[in-house]
Design a protein around this ligand. Structure first.
Ligand code: HEC
Ligand code: HEC
Ligand code: HEC
Ligand code: HEC
Ligand code: HEC
Length: 226
C-alpha cells in the first residue's frame, strides 16, 4: 500500500535526506502555481474581449479629436490631465467641456446630452476604446517620462473624428518596442506633438536620448504581469 509509506516500524529506505522532501513540496507547489498562472493568462488572452486594430465604437456624443486637436490646436493634457503622472489617462469630466461649451455652440443639438449632464451633475458614459486584459499592467507615466509620444501607440488621433485603435496592443507589440525603443524616443517637450519627426536618423537620435535619460525597458514577465 502506498498510503502507509513511512509509517513507524516499516523499514523505509531514504535515498534523499528528509529536507529534500520539503524542497520537493516547494518545487511542486511552485510548478503548480506557474501552470495556474499561465492558464489564467491563456484564458484571458483567448477570451472574446481581445483587442482589435480598427475598433472604433460609436460614442454618446460625437466628440471629435480632429476638430478639437487638429483644428483648434488643443493639447492632449488639457483633457487627459493625469497622463504624465499616473498609470491611467483621465477622461475629462463634463466640467472640462463646459469651460467652452457653456458659451460655444450652446444651441447645438448634439451637445444636448452634455448640457443635461452638466445640469444634473451626472457624467457622460464614454465607451472605452483601448482595453488591455486585467492581467496586464500598463503605466502611461512611465512611457511619457521616458520620451515615448502618444503617436507611437495611438496614431494620428488629431486626424480622427472617432477614436480608433491603431496598434494591436498584443504582447509581441509591447515587446518589440521594449527590445528596441530607440526609434520611438523623442524630446520630452514633443510627447503630445503628433506630427513631430526627428530631424535626422531616428535610431541615432533615439539612441542618444536613451543614453542621456538612461532608458532601458525591461522584458521580464513581471514588468507587465504582476
Ligand atoms: C477637449 C478634450 C480632449 C482633448 C484635447 C483630447 N482628448 Fe482624447 N478624449 C477625449 C474624450 C472626451 C474621449 C472619450 C471619447 C472618445 O473616445 O472619443 C477621449 C478619448 C481618447 C482616447 C481613447 C480612450 C479609450 O477609451 O481608449 C485616446 C487614445 C485619446 N483620447 C487620445 C488623445 C490624444 C493623443 C490627444 C492629444 C493629441 C487627445 N486625446 C486630446 C477628450 C479629449
Ligand atoms: C477650448 C474650448 C473647447 C473645449 C474645452 C471643448 N470644446 Fe467642443 N468645440 C469647441 C469649438 C470652438 C467647437 C466648434 C465650433 C464651430 O464649429 O464653430 C466645438 C465643437 C464641438 C462639437 C460639435 C458641435 C456641433 O454642433 O457641431 C461637439 C460635439 C463638441 N465640441 C464636444 C465637446 C466635448 C464633449 C468636450 C469635452 C470633452 C468639448 N467639446 C470640449 C471648443 C471646445
Ligand atoms: C506605450 C504606449 C502608449 C503611449 C505612449 C500612450 N498610450 Fe494611451 N494607452 C495605451 C494603452 C496600452 C492603453 C490601454 C490601457 C489599459 O487598458 O489598461 C491606453 C489607454 C489610453 C486612454 C484610455 C484611458 C486609460 O488610461 O486606459 C487614453 C485617454 C489614452 N491612452 C491617452 C493617451 C495620451 C493622451 C497619450 C500621450 C500623452 C498616450 N495615451 C500615450 C498605450 C499608450
Ligand atoms: C513604443 C515603445 C513602447 C511600447 C509600444 C510599449 N512600451 Fe512599455 N516601456 C517603454 C519604455 C521606453 C519604457 C521605460 C523604460 C525605462 O524607463 O527605462 C517602458 C516601460 C514600461 C513599464 C515599466 C513601468 C514601471 O513601473 O517601471 C511597463 C509596466 C510597461 N512599459 C508595459 C508595457 C506594456 C504592457 C505595453 C504594451 C501594451 C508596452 N509597455 C508597450 C516603451 C514601450
Ligand atoms: C512589455 C509587456 C509584457 C511583458 C514583458 C510580458 N508580457 Fe505577456 N502579455 C502582455 C500583453 C499586453 C498581453 C495581452 C495580449 C493580448 O491580449 O492580446 C500578454 C499576454 C500574455 C499571455 C496570454 C496569451 C497571449 O499571448 O495572449 C501569456 C501566457 C503571457 N503574456 C506570458 C508572458 C510571459 C511568460 C512573459 C515573460 C517571458 C511575458 N508574458 C512578458 C505583455 C507583456
Amino acid at each position: 500500500m502506498g498510503e502507509d509509506h513511512g509509517s513507524p516500524g516499516r523499514p523505509v529506505f531514504y535515498v534523499f535526506p528528509t529536507w529534500a522532501n520539503q524542497l520537493r513540496k516547494v518545487l511542486v507547489g511552485g510548478a503548480l502555481a506557474g501552470i495556474v498562472f499561465v492558464c489564467i493568462l491563456l484564458w484571458g488572452g483567448f477570451s472574446p474581449r481581445t483587442l482589435a486594430v480598427g475598433y472604433a465604437p460609436k460614442q454618446p456624443i460625437p466628440y471629435s479629436h480632429r476638430l478639437h486637436v487638429g483644428e483648434l490646436g488643443m493639447d492632449c493634457r488639457y483633457c487627459h490631465n493625469t497622463v504624465e503622472t499616473a498609470a491611467r489617462a483621465a477622461i475629462p469630466p463634463v466640467a472640462t467641456c463646459m469651460n467652452c461649451h457653456a458659451s460655444v455652440k450652446t444651441e447645438s443639438a448634439v451637445l444636448e446630452p452634455l448640457r443635461q449632464a452638466a445640469k444634473d451633475g451626472t457624467s457622460i458614459r464614454w465607451v472605452r476604446v483601448h482595453d488591455l486584459p486585467n492581467f496586464v499592467y500598463f503605466d502611461h507615466s512611465a512611457h511619457l517620462t521616458a520620451g515615448i509620444g502618444c503617436v507611437s501607440c495611438h496614431g494620428r488621433v488629431d486626424r480622427m473624428d472617432v477614436v480608433r485603435q491603431e496598434k494591436p496592443l498584443s504582447m509581441g507589440w509591447c515587446l518589440d518596442c521594449h527590445r528596441a525603443p530607440e526609434a520611438q524616443l523623442r524630446p520630452h517637450d514633443r510627447i503630445t506633438d503628433l506630427a513631430w519627426q526627428p530631424p535626422g536618423d531616428p535610431v541615432e537620435a533615439g539612441a542618444e536620448l536613451a543614453r542621456i535619460h538612461g532608458v532601458a525597458p525591461s522584458t521580464d514577465c513581471s514588468t507587465c504581469h504582476r
